[in-house]
Design a protein around this ligand. Structure first.
Ligand SMILES: [Zn+2]
Length: 170
């Protein structure tokens, strides 16, 4: 069966079902408008077929599940989760915090290297001597093992781990 959208001479639109397009041609002369009885019936622009009408929404809905959740869940918390997906233009608070810490550690190391006496591997020995006033009181830095550092701390001698960072070229 073929469905045709039909229109009479007065502009009324209605549908007609025919076995074939040839059948329409045969019957067209005998057709009359169901509204006004006009006999000048012609094919109007074909109405979209059921297949096409069904396909278009199906495609539109198929795309929705992927696109909808981020938009649908558009509360404030989800907005924050969405941000990392796109490369952030500005550094995140965490990145800023780390950068500041790095700068602070570099400054600390630079300060120590500039103003503290480098005693190298004698660090634990010298720190102990200074603590017991067996050597001149002064700021020192050098290398110590983790065990040595622990022992010094247990003896009440303040030592700080010096961050090992690549120097800035400035
Ligand atoms: Zn009519």
């Amino acid at each position: 069966m073929i469905r045709y959208a039909l229109r009479c001479g007065a502009g009324h639109e209605f549908e007609g079902w025919f076995r074939s397009s040839a059948a329409f041609d045969d019957e067209a002369a005998a057709l009359t408008c169901p509204i006004c009885g006009d006999g000048r019936i012609e094919k109007a622009i074909m109405a979209p077929s059921v297949m096409q009408r069904g396909a278009a929404p199906a495609e539109a809905e198929a795309e929705k599940p992927a696109a909808s959740p981020p938009a649908a869940g558009g509360g404030a918390p989800l907005g924050e989760f969405a941000a990392p997906a796109a490369p952030p233009a500005a550094p995140t608070p965490r990145q800023v915090e780390l950068a500041r810490a790095l700068v602070a550690m570099r400054r600390l190391r630079a300060h120590v290297e500039a103003h503290f006496e480098n005693v190298g591997k004698r660090f634990a020995e010298e720190a102990r001597k200074i603590h017991h006033e067996e050597a001149e009181a002064r700021d020192i830095f050098g290398q110590a093992t983790l065990d040595e550092a622990k022992e010094l701390l247990e003896e009440g001698i303040e030592v700080l781990p010096l961050p090992d960072l690549p120097k800035l070229d400035s």
